[in-house]
Every structure is written in C-alpha cells, then in structure tokens.
Write a protein that binds this ligand. Structure first.
Ligand SMILES: *[C@@H]1O[C@H](CO)[C@@H](O)[C@H](O)[C@H]1NC(C)=O
Ligand SMILES: *[C@@H]1O[C@H](CO)[C@@H](O)[C@H](O)[C@H]1NC(C)=O
Ligand SMILES: *[C@@H]1O[C@H](CO)[C@@H](O)[C@H](O)[C@H]1NC(C)=O
Ligand SMILES: *[C@@H]1O[C@H](CO)[C@@H](O)[C@H](O)[C@H]1NC(C)=O
Ligand SMILES: *[C@@H]1O[C@H](CO)[C@@H](O)[C@H](O)[C@H]1NC(C)=O
Length: 253
C-alpha cells in the first residue's frame, strides 16, 4: 500500500506541474456547488475500465447509489467518457493507409462507438451514463472475443430500453459517419493527452491525471467539490476521515 502511495505521489506531483497546461477547467459552480470534472479515457471491453464504470455507478450496492451516495453523482460530477484507449495504428506498407486495431478486438471498437454515440445523442449525463454503466456491466467478453455480436447487442438493447434511449439510433450512429467522426475525435483527444496515458482506465479529475489512484476516485472528487454554503455529500465526510487516518496523506501533498 505504502509503495503504491509513493508511486501515486509521484504521479500526482507530476500531475500538479503539468496541470496548468491542460484545458480542463473545473466546471462552473451551480447553486453554489463547485462540481468536479472527471475525464475518463477507456475502452468498452477492458476489465479495469468496466470496473471503473461500475465504481462510478456503484452497481451491485443496494439501491445503486452512485459514487457519492444516493442521487449525488449527477449533482456534483461532470463526467466524460472518451472511448478509444490503447488502439493501435496499423499502417499498410504498400498503400500507406492507416487503420486502427482495438486492444480487445473489433467488437470493442463497435461498443466504444456506442459509448461515444450515447454521449453525443443523449448529452444529459443522467441519461447516457446509467445506460453505459448498464451495458458495460452486461457485456460478455467471451462472446466479443469470438466475434459474436448478437448476445452483446441484446444486452445493449435491454439497457437502452431500460433507460429510454433508442438502440436503433445508437446503432445507426455507431456504424455510420457520425460514429466515425466521434471515434476520430476520441482518438485525437487521447493522442493529445499531456502527459500521455500509460494505461487504461486513465482518469483525470479537473485535468489532473490520477494514475493508479483512479481506484479511489472518490477521494480527489470529494477534495475538489464543495463551495460556500453548499457543503459536500455526506459520504465525503467518512472519506476525509479515512484520509486523515492514513500516515501518508498523499493526495493533499
Ligand atoms: C474493482 O476491482 C477492485 C479490485 O480488484 C475490487 O475490489 C472491486 O470490488 C471492483 N469494483 C467493482 C465495482 O467491480
Ligand atoms: C497513432 O497515430 C497518431 C496520429 O498519427 C499518433 O498521434 C499516435 O501517437 C499513434 N498511436 C500509437 C499508439 O502509435
Ligand atoms: C511493414 O513494415 C514494418 C517496418 O518496416 C514491419 O515491421 C512490418 O512487419 C511490415 N508489415 C507488413 C504487414 O508487412
Ligand atoms: C458468454 O458467451 C459465451 C460464448 O457465446 C457463452 O458460452 C457464455 O455462456 C456466455 N456467458 C454468459 C454469462 O452469458
Ligand atoms: C480514524 O481513526 C480514529 C481514531 O483512531 C477512529 O476512531 C476512526 O474510527 C477512524 N476512522 C476511519 C474512517 O477509519
């Protein structure tokens, strides 16, 4: 644990120094609340990315309370999920044409597009995110690895229906020019990261990369949010207590 924290400290320190160069400003305060911005660079089929999505969604906990407790996530966090990650460039040596190879195969590219499309078609976070979290929780990696779309598409349709999104519109976007355009945008944003991502999920809070501390994303989020008179979600109180109890107060370093 201590080792991890020291490693994290380095990453955080580097993060601090690089931060002014990054464009991501904290979102403007509404109702006196200062929100946190999470930029999540990930992939639809990467296990740790799916774990991170589930962490934000707190899937499996009673009542699916979300990161900051019941009904608090959308009030305090502006989330973006840039679905691209560790995609490889493949250059054809004879024609020079560049194509892309997703880390977990072609099915991953398709579901990445669905994630990018969900945000473009349904920009309201309380709409797109529960859908993406539902889909991510349900995707069957074995089927995807075998190139089988049917079962995972059924999951996508069930999640879309549950959260009142149109699966047909999502599919048309993912397979059409809009999906390609969004994919290119996600690619360029990922390539342009400073410092570059070294693994996924690569998570930034208010422009500062968390490195391995992404596992404990609630801590930097709780540190960032608040505002005069707005307080913080009750769950943050116990997180801060946990922080103070640790000998290495790395996050505030
Ligand atoms: C994510 O992974 C960690 C470490 O393996 C595990 O403890 C945690 O329960 C997982 N979280 C979810 C929501 O799956
Ligand atoms: C892929 O190509 C882009 C654009 O030329 C470049 O910025 C990026 O670093 C390349 N990615 C990898 C993983 O090589
Ligand atoms: C293309 O060229 C690169 C570098 O010369 C080489 O490593 C790669 O194997 C070649 N790819 C194919 C498909 O021939
Ligand atoms: C996942 O897909 C594989 C291959 O189609 C299948 O054998 C397996 O039963 C599926 N797992 C679940 C939990 O549905
Ligand atoms: C923090 O430490 C205090 C004193 O040792 C203890 O009473 C408290 O339960 C701890 N809090 C947490 C969240 O671990």
């Amino acid at each position: 644990m201590r080792l991890l924290h020291l490693g994290t400290l380095l990453i955080v320190l580097i993060g601090c120094c690089w931060a002014p160069a990054l464009a991501a400003e904290p979102p403007a305060a509404t109702d006196g609340k200062v929100k946190a911005r999470i930029d999540f660079y990930g992939e639809s089929l990467c296990p740790d990315c799916r774990n991170f999505t589930a962490t934000l969604d707190r899937r499996g906990e009673a009542g699916r309370s979300g990161l900051l407790g019941e009904g608090q996530f959308n009030d305090w966090v502006d989330l973006r999920y840039v679905a691209w990650g560790n995609v490889k460039n493949i250059t054809d040596n004879t024609t020079g044409e560049v194509t892309y190879k997703c880390q977990h195969g072609p099915e991953e590219c398709f579901f990445n597009n669905i994630i990018n499309c969900a945000q473009a078609l349904y920009p309201v976070q309380s709409k797109w995110f529960p859908f993406v979290a539902c889909m991510e929780a349900g995707l069957n990696r074995t089927a995807a690895d075998a190139g089988e779309r049917e079962q995972n598409w059924e999951t996508t349709e069930i999640c879309a229906e549950a959260h009142e999104l149109s699966a047909a519109d999502l599919q048309a976007c993912a397979e059409g020019p809009q999906g390609a355009e969004l994919q290119q945008k996600a690619a360029e944003e990922t390539w342009n990261l400073v410092p570059p991502h070294t693994f996924v999920p690569w998570v930034l809070v208010n422009g500062v990369p968390l490195g391995f501390a992404a596992q404990d994303v609630d801590r930097p989020v709780c540190a960032a949010i608040g505002g005069p008179g707005a307080g913080k979600p009750p769950l943050c109180a116990t997180i801060n207590e946990r922080l103070l109890n640790e000998t290495c107060t790395w996050w505030y370093a």
